[in-house]
Design a protein. Sequence first.
Length: 520
Amino acid sequence: MSKRWGGSNSRLFLFWLASIILLSAFLRLFLLSQIPPGFFCDEASNGYDAYCLLLTHRDQYGKFFPFFTRAFGDYRETLYIFLTIPFIKFLGLHELATRLPAALIGTLTVFILYLLGKEFFDWRLGCLSALFLAISPWHIQFSRVAFRAILFPLFFCLALFLFFKSLKSPSFLWVSALVFGLSLYTYPSARIFVPLFLLILMIIYRQQLLRVKKETIMASLLFLFIFIVLLRFWVSPEGRARAVATLNLSWLKNIENYFSYFAPPFLFLSGDPNLRHSPLGVGEVHLFEVITILAGIFFLLKDKGEIYRILLPWLLLYPLPAALTAPKHALRAIIGAPLFALLSGYGVIKLGKELSPKIRRYFNIGILFLGIISMTLFLKNYLLEYPRYSAPFWQYGMREAITFSEETPYERIVVSDSFFLPHIFILFYTQYPPEKYQTSPLLTLSQGNWQYTDYSLGKYYITTISRLDLRKPCLVILKPEEIGKIPSFKYYWHLIQVVKDPYGREIIYLVEVKPKGRGF
């Protein structure tokens, strides 16, 4: 069928495309600052780095607009942080401004996937793929948190779309190479996946590329330049820090990990076991897609058309970077989200062609019905249940504790070092002046450990509760189980505020502590 529509059909098509994009935006923007609950330390670090760059043009460690910024024991790409700067400028330093770029990037990826599907097949695949990605639990999850990995599918799909455009208009080839190069600067998984995929792509389309030798050479040099610049950092001690900590050198284990990304539990039933990556009882794709994805793979292998030459290498390569580190890691395998959306779309189209017009109608209604039921169940889980049981994984309560403490008159606020990386939340929620923190940032020790003992940030003081050494009354932020660690022979204490998680469980105490002899 032609890719071109006209008249009323064109208007109907635009209506459906706009509806898909609006649905995608709604699923990624609704209650964005509240779900997921809490705010993970990586998100707070990204937001504070953007704040530092906005005000001082340097990251929290004092580096001038770095390509890679020091995080928690490793160095991370700063592209997402750069994109966050305008949102911090106009909206302020808070959760919504930090997560909003991810939601918009995720929505834009849905549109780019439509263009990609339309370019190498037809408008139907474009629309269906966009719809499957719009409702993808995998993609929704990472479009709602300030993790840089959400950039990888966007840049890769855009680069691939531009590559297909270049087969007709060679001037697009260098733009495609540029975007492929920039995709390396989104997330570590791209460092392995993109070069391997590009090598296969060049082999498959070698004849077409040889016809435009000048453009091919220029594009190749551009990509190699970006690759080599980044490679110099990747092989440095700083660039290898994360790889050393996460890579698994057991080939047998890597093979086992690789196949876990094709296993039904990961894809259709339970997803990633890490609750920051996947809600309980939810696969990375919807359960009903077992029909559409398997159909897509079956017809992909049967037809061996243009789409076969692209999706098969993508399917075989997508788990590889993640498999080198761990099984069922949805974040490191995020490039699979648009892939399975394309496979589902292709499966629906090809199955429909095999059916008679009457049965095809019932088939389409059935798929739509299953999709609505599946999305309803997912949203019930994600909006009503997930915020309660996942709160500890998102470090829920730090905002409430620090916000309350900021409204108190205490000159000294002690924070227990038993909290995970509490300093980044102090920096973020108090909007601690970057120029002050950059003079003495908190650095990691060996093996990524942190030294919090006797560390101060303004009126905040991070230490071990059992080692309290106070001269006057202060506010102490600690975990409930640490109350017994306050030296009773030295201090009186009085509970003044309790932070509870969405289940109603007490997770943080704010306690007034006074040395004995001073009285309340």
